[in-house]
Design a protein around this ligand. Sequence first.
Ligand code: FMN
Length: 319
Amino acid sequence: MVNFWTQLNKPFFCLAPMDDVTDIVFRDVVEKVSSPDVFFTEFVSVEGLSSKGRDRVIRRLDRNPESQKPLVAQIWGKDLDAYTKAAEDISKMGFSGIDINMGCPERGIVARGFCGGLIGNYDGVEKIIEATKRGANNLPISVKTRIGLNEVITEEWFSFLLEQNLDAITIHARTVREMSKVPARWDEFRKVVELRNKISPKTLIIGNGDILNFRQGIDIAEKTGVDGIMIGRGIFKDMFVFSNKEEEHTPKDMIDILLFHLDRYKRDDMKKPFNILKKFFKIYINGWDNASYLRAKLMETKSPEDVRKILNNIKDILY
Ligand SMILES: Cc1cc2nc3c(=O)[nH]c(=O)nc-3n(C[C@H](O)[C@H](O)[C@H](O)COP(=O)(O)O)c2cc1C
C-alpha cells in the first residue's frame, strides 16, 4: 500500500477535522468547490466504537468511496484495546490514514486525560501510538496536537513525538488552556521543523491555527518550513480558501453551492439534525446586499425542502 503522505506536493493543504462540520456531506461540498489535498473526519471515540452505541458512532466514519482525495480518520480515547480495535476497523474501511487527537481542549475530556489531556503523558502516549499501529495494518499514523497543556513545552513535547516514528504531526500553535483565545504562535512551527530535521527527517510537519487562505498558507510554509498547512475555521469565512485563484463569486454561485449541500444532505442517510445543517447557511449566504435578510428567512425554515423552495424563488430575482 502506498503511503499517501509521501506522494503529496509541498506545501500541501488539509481541511482541519471539525466536529459536526467535516462529515461526509460537508467534505463532498468542499471537494467540489475548492478542494484541499487531504481531508480528515470529525473526531471519533475509540471507546464509542467498542460500545453498545457503535452503530451510531461508526456513522462518523461514513465516507464517499468516489472521493478522489486522501481521507484520514481521526480517533480519540484512552483504552488501548479500543485503539487497536478501532485501527483494525478503519484499516478495512478504505481510509488513507489514521490520526490521533491529542489537542481537543474540551474541559471534561481533558480532565479525564483524553485528547489535549494526553500532552505530557509520555508513557500513555507511547502506548496509544503502539496500540494504534498494532491494529492499523500499515496505514500511516499521524498525531494532531498543541504546543502544551498549560504552558508552552514545544521542544520537550515534539522531541518526544518525533521519536515515535509518526508519518505526520499537525501543530495547532496554542496551548490547551488557551483554547482559541490567543493568536496562534506560528514561530513555533519553525522550532518543530528544526527538531524534525534532527530527530525524524521523514515525519511531515503541518502547521495549523488562524490561517485564513491559500496565499497566507503558502507564505507561512515558506517562512517556517512546514510541509503542509491545515485550515479549519477559515472555510466558514470563505468556501474557496483552498483555491489559488482570485475569483469573484456571485450570490448565484453561493446559492448553487448551498443547493448542492442540500442535495448531499438529502442523499446521506446518516442525517444529522436539521439544526446542524442550518449552521452552514451563513457560509453561503453572506457578504451581499440583503444576504442577512435571506439568511434570517432560511433560519426560520423547518425542513431542507422549505430552504430549497425559498432559494429557488430567490434565484429568479438574482439571476
Ligand atoms: C467547530 C469545531 C470543531 C472542531 N473539532 C475538532 C475535531 O474533531 N478534531 C480536532 O482535532 N480538532 C477539532 N477542532 C480544531 C480544529 O481542527 C483546528 O485545530 C482549530 O480550529 C484551529 O485551526 P483554525 O484556526 O484554522 O480553525 C475543531 C474546531 C472547530 C471550530
